[in-house]
Design a protein around this ligand. Structure first.
Ligand SMILES: [Zn+2]
Length: 170
């Protein structure tokens, strides 16, 4: 942030600190339809959401919000590469879902933050086994004008999200 000098120059100083982007990625504006659902004790969040997306033929769906708690979770920690994806944590305790974000269509890609009984937070890439403790209140968004696919990105070695314009609005 800028040093505030009260001399009228702070705006200029602030602007000087903002780097000019080299380019911006193309993005497709789209309306969305939302689905709200609640999962109960014992249900597994990831597989249920994948099934919901499949059954409702949602091809550009993502998590709008999720709050709840789990008794288990399987996450992959940071630093994974396509060659070495074995940094996996299998959690078996009660956690609050502090955040669950990501895309659901084309196989899904979710990240989660979980807090334990002391409030300590751990998070990572969701592999599954998100067994609900008390509840999971979830809102899913589906974009009307786009279709999600995943294609191999040779820069990362992973199948990465590709966003295409829908031919006809759903
Ligand atoms: Zn990830």
């Amino acid at each position: 942030m800028s040093e505030r000098t009260h001399d009228g120059e702070s705006h200029t100083k602030c602007a000087n600190l903002v780097a000019e982007p080299l380019n911006t990625p193309p993005a497709i504006a789209s309306p969305m339809v939302c689905y709200a659902l609640r999962l109960g004790p014992g249900e597994e969040i990831f597989s249920t959401l994948m099934k919901f997306v499949d059954e409702n033929q949602l091809d550009s769906a993502f998590i709008v919000t999720c709050v709840g708690s789990v008794t288990r979770a399987k996450i992959r920690l940071a630093h994974a590469t396509a060659e070495e994806t074995n940094k996996i944590l299998e959690l078996d305790d009660k956690f609050e879902i502090v955040s669950l974000v990501g895309t659901l269509s084309a196989g899904g890609h979710l990240h989660i933050s979980l807090s334990d009984r002391k409030g300590a937070v751990i998070g990572g890439h969701v592999l599954g086994d998100l067994k609900v403790f008390t509840t999971a209140e979830i809102v899913i968004g589906q974009l009307s004008s786009t279709v999600f696919t995943r294609e191999m990105d040779t820069r990362t070695g992973f199948g990465e999200l590709v966003i295409k314009q829908r031919k006809r609005e759903k």
